[in-house]
Design a protein around this ligand. Structure first.
Ligand code: SF4
Ligand code: SF4
Length: 441
């Protein structure tokens, strides 16, 4: 029997709801006539435009650069003419600086030739990752070249590749692992070379046996004496894919409070980011398109799609045959950590992993009530926090006194809210508390 790796504390088992798309091959969404590229897709200041209105641009050309601070450039996802350098609807903010491209429908797609990366040193490889505009494509958008440059005071010995994909509905990483296993393994070798280490552990939840098999086969085929790449099956438990829980599951190491994975010698990257690093380094192809899952009973044809960054949700809905009459809510990201959006004008960014079109029977609209002190949220929290206390304090207008409950350790996974019988909006309470309380130094 396969040993399943897992983390010790908390976690929940929401309905997986992955069957709608798990077996659906990645389809290419035809490039829409217009793309709207947001200039601030990463953590840090937005890019400064390098093109003006009416400029002709080619596919993959840089259109926004980082002048100072943290960040990575953005690139044109298709050839065309710059229609506007202004602002557009944003997934989180009302408006954000953006560049609109009127796509040239006659332009031929760029064909990228393969480079041999093994002759290049770590510094040159890291520079390629940065120039390709790569950020962590499943999360908050942290620039990957920064994550691959841990401080010299924190020696790294292990790369953890995250293939858990524990959020319900989402199957984009699953399909990447099945269809692009060889590229993911080669991407992991590039990361190992950059980090100057040789040990990689890939964690995949056990509900994706075809992904585990594909990656294991690819790792065996590409085996080299200088690298140890091992695929491990994880217990199906949410939030198996969060950094600290995944590190604990795979290595047994516990990342201390408020510390980064480098404190225990680990760097974590997502499997799809490894594929993007492969593209950026071996093909010199910037990150301007990505695989997303479009699912839920509110869309006519759920699918896994390769879409250009800047594609509006409305273009995706058109391609998939429209929404169903029962549609109630559109969510960017998964049902546990995603957020509802009210407009289909919003464009896909480098960090969009999925768009869910949910019907009434897929969402919970029960109003919340008083805490009954059942303690279920404490049992569910993988960080051992006390979300019930945070909620009580916030309702009493005492958000500034909640640091004692470790709120800055909360990564807003939603496990507590999922189990709460009183349907209390515990994640929203924590978010409000974080705005009021003082973060410990
Ligand atoms: S949202 Fe925060 S408090 Fe709630 S279970 Fe997750 S980590 Fe714990
Ligand atoms: S699960 Fe809900 S009702 Fe139970 S203790 Fe936590 S907040 Fe209170």
């Amino acid at each position: 029997m396969t040993t399943l790796f897992t983390f010790p504390k908390g976690g929940v088992h929401p309905p997986e709801s992955k069957k709608l798309t798990a077996d659906k091959k990645i389809e290419v969404l035809p490039t829409p006539s217009e793309l709207e590229i947001i200039l601030g897709q990463h953590i840090g200041a937005p890019c400064t435009p390098t093109v003006a209105r009416k400029t002709e641009v080619g596919e993959g050309q840089m259109i926004g650069e980082v002048l100072k601070g943290l960040g990575v450039p953005v690139h044109a996802p298709a050839a065309g003419k710059i229609k506007a350098v202004s602002s557009s609807a944003h997934p989180l903010q009302v408006k954000a600086p953006s560049i609109t491209i009127a796509v040239d429908a006659e332009a031929q797609p760029v064909v990228y030739d393969r480079n041999e990366w093994k002759n290049e040193d770590a510094k040159a490889l890291l520079e390629k990752v940065k120039n390709a505009g790569i950020i962590g494509i499943g999360g908050a958008g942290f620039p990957t070249h920064v994550k691959l440059s841990p401080p010299s005071t924190a020696p790294i010995d292990t790369l953890v590749l995250n293939g858990a994909e524990c959020e319900p509905y989402i199957t984009a990483d699953h399909r990447q692992m099945v269809e692009h296993a060889d590229e993911i393994i080669e991407g992991s070798k590039i990361i190992l070379r950059i980090l100057g280490i040789n040990n990689c552990l890939i964690g995949v939840e056990n509900n994706k046996p075809d992904a585990i098999a594909a990656l294991s086969k690819a790792a065996e085929k590409a085996a080299e004496p200088e690298y140890t790449i091992e695929v491990r099956a994880l217990e199906v438990k949410y939030p198996q894919g969060s950094e600290k829980q995944l590190i604990h599951s795979l290595t047994g190491r516990k990342v201390p409070g408020y510390a980064l994975p480098s404190a225990v010698g680990v760097v974590v990257q997502n499997v799809s980011t490894a594929k993007t690093i492969y593209d950026g380094v071996t093909l010199d192809k910037p990150l301007y398109e990505k695989v997303i899952t479009v699912s839920g009973k509110g869309i006519a044809r759920p699918a896994n799609l390769l879409v250009k960054v800047g594609t509006r949700l409305a273009d995706i809905v058109d391609f998939l045959g429209g929404t169903t009459p029962e549609l109630q809510k559109v969510v960017l990201g998964g049902p546990m950590m995603g957020f509802a959006v009210s407009s289909l004008d919003i464009p896909i960014t480098k960090t969009t992993s999925s768009v869910l079109f949910l019907t009434e029977d897929e969402i919970d609209t029960t109003p919340h009530s008083q805490c009954i002190r059942c303690g279920w949220c404490l049992d569910a929290c993988p960080m051992g926090l006390e979300p019930k206390e945070v909620g009580i304090y916030v309702e009493a207008n005492r958000g500034e006194d909640t640091e004692q409950f470790g709120i800055f350790e909360c990564f807003e996974c939603g496990s507590c809210a999922y189990v709460c019988p009183a349907k209390r909006p515990l994640v929203q309470f924590v978010r409000l508390a974080k705005m009021k309380a003082k973060r410990p130094q």
